[in-house]
Structure formats: C-alpha cells, structure tokens
Design a protein around this ligand. Structure first.
Ligand SMILES: [Zn+2]
Length: 446
C-alpha cells in the first residue's frame, strides 16, 4: 500500500505556536507533526508516500526531502489553488497508484494500518472510512453502518435535536481506490471528502466500508488541541492506542451492569444508564484498559427486536455514555438462543451457538479484533453466567450487586471480587490494578 498525505494546511489558528511554519511542520512532542506520520508509515511497512502541498510547499519539501531518513520514498505534488481535500487528491490522480491510504498532515494518528488495509480488501469496497467513537459525537460528522460495516448513511454536523445516531465519527483517514473518484470532474470549487465526495458516492450506490476502531486520531488545529495531543504523547496514550499493541481489557456485561435491568430491552428509549456507568468506563479507559461490552441478546432470536434495532439500542447507550465523557472500544452481542419452538421466533438464530455467554465466543472475537491480552483482563457482570464466562476464558471476574446481583444462581463459579456497582468496581481496578504501566512497558515507554 502507498500513502497520500494532505500537507497543504496553513495552520493559521496555531500561529502563536508555529513560528510561521506550515501545519505539517509544527513541532509536536519534539518533532514536526508530519514526522510522526512518516514513522507510522514506516512501522506499518508503507514505503512510498505522495505529499500534496499548498501553503509552505517549499518549507515542507526542504524539511522532508526524499524521505530516506524515515525509510520512505517521498514524492511531491503542488496544488496550484486550494482545491479542498478531495479536489487535491483528484488533481494528483495521474501521479497516484490504483489504491492508496489518505492521511491528513494536521492530525496525530496512530492506527494499525495493516488492519484497516486488510478490512478494506476483505470488504471489496471502493473506499474505506476510518470511524471512531469519541466523547463529543454531537458536534461531529457521524457515519451509520450495517451489520457488515457497509456505510448506509452519513450524518453531517449539525444534527437535529434529539437525533439517535451512532457514535462513529468520520475521522481523517481513508483507504481509496482511485477509480472511486473517476466519476467526478476536477472541481472549480474546493471539494471535501467528508462533506461532498462520500455523501455523493453513497447516493450513487457506491460501496463504502466503515472501519470502526478506537485507535488514536486527533487534529492538532488549535493551541488547546496541540497541548492535549502533547500530553497524550507524554502519557503513552498515543502509543498504546494502536491495535498493533496488545492491551488488557475490561469486559462489561450490559443489562444490570451498565444499564438498569428491566425485563427485555427491545427499544432504545427503554435503556437507562445506572448512575456512575459513564464515569466507570472513563476511569477504566484512562487506566489503560480497552473497555468492551459483551452481551447476550436473545431478544433478536425471539423475534422481539431486529439486529438493526439492537444497533439503535446500542447507539442510544453510546450517546448517553458520551454525555458522561465516556466511550467504548467495542460492543459484541450474541443474538442467538438455544431453545426452539416459540411463536414469532427466528429459527435461523435458534441454536446452541459458541458465543452465548458463558461460552467464550464473544470474548474470542474481541480478542482477535481488538488485540487483547486475556491474561491481564477482567469481566464485570451481574449474573453467575458472567462469572462462569470469566472462569471459562481465564479472566478475573467481578460480580456486581446491581441488576440480578448473582441471584440467577445458574452457574457454580465463584467471583474473584464483588462490588456494589460498576463505578466501585472500576475504582478498585483503576486504582489497584491499572493497566497503564504494563502496556507502556510493553511498548518501551518506561
Ligand atoms: Zn451466539
């Protein structure tokens, strides 16, 4: 795979910090911002990159040279006039290969590029968009996907009051086939990927894939954001966010653990967070864990709720969590149920699967997709089925006194710890067993 880096940014909002340098050359953590991207490309085996330059092109060229310092071969294409993100790429198409990654030089990014490229290849899509959950989805462009990750809608900010949307923010990283842009005429006005090209491709029925990942990508466009990114660099947040780094997880059950246990939840408006759930998830993530929901949802097999409706319920949960400053690294749900013979059920989902807890399938899928270290992980839940799942998977278990509080009594495994609620459990794990030291040591920061 080759890369294209949009490097024409002026960085005017950073003027107090940039000494007149173009944005890609603003120092971040002791080196030019774009050098972090060069190092990422080299780590992921990307050897060639084309820089699309505008403002300060000569300075960018002078600084980056032929790229040999980073083990890269760099080429340059200069924009004659500002064409927007997509316009700049379209103007450079004659110089570009059939398929390439697009990065923005005004972002700090640490993404396992092998994984997104593999997902792009497996999907067969014309373009793959990197999507990540964040803690301010209400003022971001959000992308809706189906159960296979195909993009079905793009919701540009601002969003209607009370809209129920997925916390999947379109971030500045794509994999594109050059042919995906062949239907567009070279623009006379600036043309933007997020605002113009992807919505138009979707209208034309072009296959766009959404690659959801919790990895690090943040723009460095203002002094405040620059300070934030520098702090994340110092604290190891940037380094350990890559899915190329194996990381411990805290697995969370859903009903009775994160949200109030009612009978079965089949509609988004029934989902109500247990007080402290957002703070708990935030603390676990801050202490270096990936936080992953694993939940049995037999409502789907019973025919009470479709897969799409289940996603809406999870959208609702994630939106409520984001208002508490929290987001999840992943959500894994088993839609199956073993017992057949009820009215309205979906027979194709009625079988003894290997993902319904206490089976290990949901955790195994998360381990593969999120590169998790089970030996240092935890599972927190409110039922004996959660405790048994933890025992079956070799992770430490916490039983909560919320929800069913272990009164289901279906499995014999004893929990390693018991706490009143998720927040208490999270405080205990974050304070006494933080994963930060361990994962930072793995990536050589300590
Ligand atoms: Zn299942």
């Amino acid at each position: 795979m080759e890369a294209v880096i949009l490097a024409g940014g002026k960085g005017s909002r950073l003027s107090g910090r940039s000494n007149g340098l173009p944005k890609p050359l603003v120092p971040v953590g002791g080196k030019a911002l774009i050098e972090h991207q060069f190092e990422l490309l080299a780590r992921c085996g990307v050897r060639r990159a084309t820089l699309l330059c505008g403002f300060g092109a000569a300075a960018v060229r002078g600084h980056c040279g032929d790229g040999a310092r980073w083990g890269l071969q760099l080429k340059y294409v200069d924009e004659s006039a500002p064409l927007g993100t997509a316009g700049a790429v379209m103007a450079a198409l004659p110089e570009l290969p059939e398929q390439f990654l697009v990065l923005y030089a005004d972002t700090m990014v640490n993404v396992d590029l092998d994984r997104i490229c593999a997902a792009h290849a497996a999907s067969g899509a014309q373009a793959t968009l990197f999507l990540h959950p964040n803690d301010h989805p209400w003022d971001s462009d959000l992308v809706e996907t189906d159960q296979n990750g195909r993009v079905v809608a793009i919701h540009s900010y601002p969003h209607p009051e009370g809209a129920l949307l997925p916390n999947q923010v379109n971030a500045a990283l794509y994999v594109l086939k050059a042919s995906s842009l062949s239907g567009f005429a070279l623009p006379s006005q600036p043309l933007d990927f997020a605002r113009h090209v992807f919505p138009e491709l979707l209208r034309r029925g072009v296959h766009l894939h959404g690659y959801r990942s919790p990895e690090y990508i943040k723009d460095v466009g203002t002094p405040e954001r620059l300070d934030h990114v520098e702090a994340d660099l110092r604290n190891g947040v940037v380094a350990r966010s890559s899915l190329s780094v194996r990381c411990p997880a805290v697995f969370l059950d859903r009903d009775g653990t994160i949200n109030e246990e009612t009978s079965y939840i089949t509609r988004p408006e029934q989902l109500k967070l247990i007080p402290g759930a957002g703070e708990a998830i935030r603390r676990l993530r801050d202490s270096g864990y990936r936080v992953v929901v694993v939940t049995n949802q037999p409502v789907v097999a019973r025919g009470d709720c479709t897969e799409a409706e289940l996603r809406r319920i999870h959208d609702c949960m994630e939106m409520q969590l984001s208002r508490e400053g929290a987001f999840l690294d992943g959500i894994y749900a088993c839609p199956h149920h073993p017992d057949k013979g009820f009215a309205g059920e979906r027979p194709e989902l009625k079988f003894a699967c290997d993902c319904r807890k206490p089976a290990a399938g949901l955790l195994a899928q998360a381990v593969a997709e999120l590169n998790l270290d089970l030996s240092q992980s935890w599972l927190i839940g409110d039922s004996t089925s959660d405790v048994q799942t933890a025992a079956n998977c070799g992770v430490r278990s916490v039983l909560l006194r919320t929800g069913r509080a272990g009164r289901d009594g279906r499995y014999a495994a004893a929990p390693d710890f018991e706490f009143e609620n998720l927040l208490e459990a999270a405080q205990f794990i974050a304070e006494s067993q933080p994963a930060v030291e361990r994962s930072n040591a793995c990536i050589g920061l300590l």
